[in-house]
Ligand binder design. Structure first.
Ligand SMILES: [Zn+2]
Length: 183
């Protein structure tokens, strides 16, 4: 029998998940018997196998960067200079003014901004292709006009960067492959 983690709760049905590391998790009602649960898992074996193979493949495609604390500090400085330059260039192009540019180490957020016009970027962004970096910069700058993701916002982005949709797609691809590990 396949090994799995069993989580019982007040739910009514059985459900099965394959975690990112390949572990299988089964959620079951409090009263479900071990036989019922094992039977349920049996019917899912082919799917589990397929899913695990897909996950392994995705892991292989990952591009992993190992970064020391010292290197991280250096990347942050480089990111600041580089992204300040990008913001200067694009804000002139878009005819707007931004506040301070700050660099952080955020893992899941490439950029953010506040109403004062200050923009935060994660230094991790400088690992992305330039066309992707430019998209993130224009995206954040466009927020200085429209603090939302409305049609008006995307119109501002599109005015400066007509191919933003393709770039956004490339950002998603980059996100899927990019992995930075602090060592
Ligand atoms: Zn946004």
């Amino acid at each position: 029998m396949l090994e799995y983690e069993l989580i019982r709760s007040k739910r009514k049905t059985l459900a099965l998940y394959v975690r990112r590391d390949g572990r299988v998790e089964v959620r079951a009602p409090l009263r479900a018997s071990k036989g019922d649960i094992d039977g349920f898992v049996m019917t899912k074996l082919a799917w589990i196998d397929k899913t695990r193979r897909k996950l392994a493949l995705r892991q292989e495609e990952k591009q992993t960067f190992q970064v020391t604390a010292q290197e991280e500090a250096r990347y942050k400085k480089q990111a600041k200079v580089y992204l300040q330059g990008k913001c200067l260039y694009f804000s002139e192009l878009m005819g707007l003014r931004h506040g301070e540019i700050r660099i952080n180490g955020a893992k899941t957020r490439w950029g953010s901004c506040n109403r004062k016009g200050d923009i935060n970027f994660t230094y991790r962004l400088i690992f992305a292709p330039e066309e992707v970096i430019d998209y993130v910069v224009v995206h954040e700058l466009a927020h200085l006009r429209e603090m939302n993701h409305s049609d008006r916002f995307w119109a501002v982005v599109g005015q400066t960067m007509p191919d933003y949709k393709a770039r956004r797609q490339k950002l998603r691809e980059f996100e899927r492959r990019f992995e930075l590990v602090l060592v």
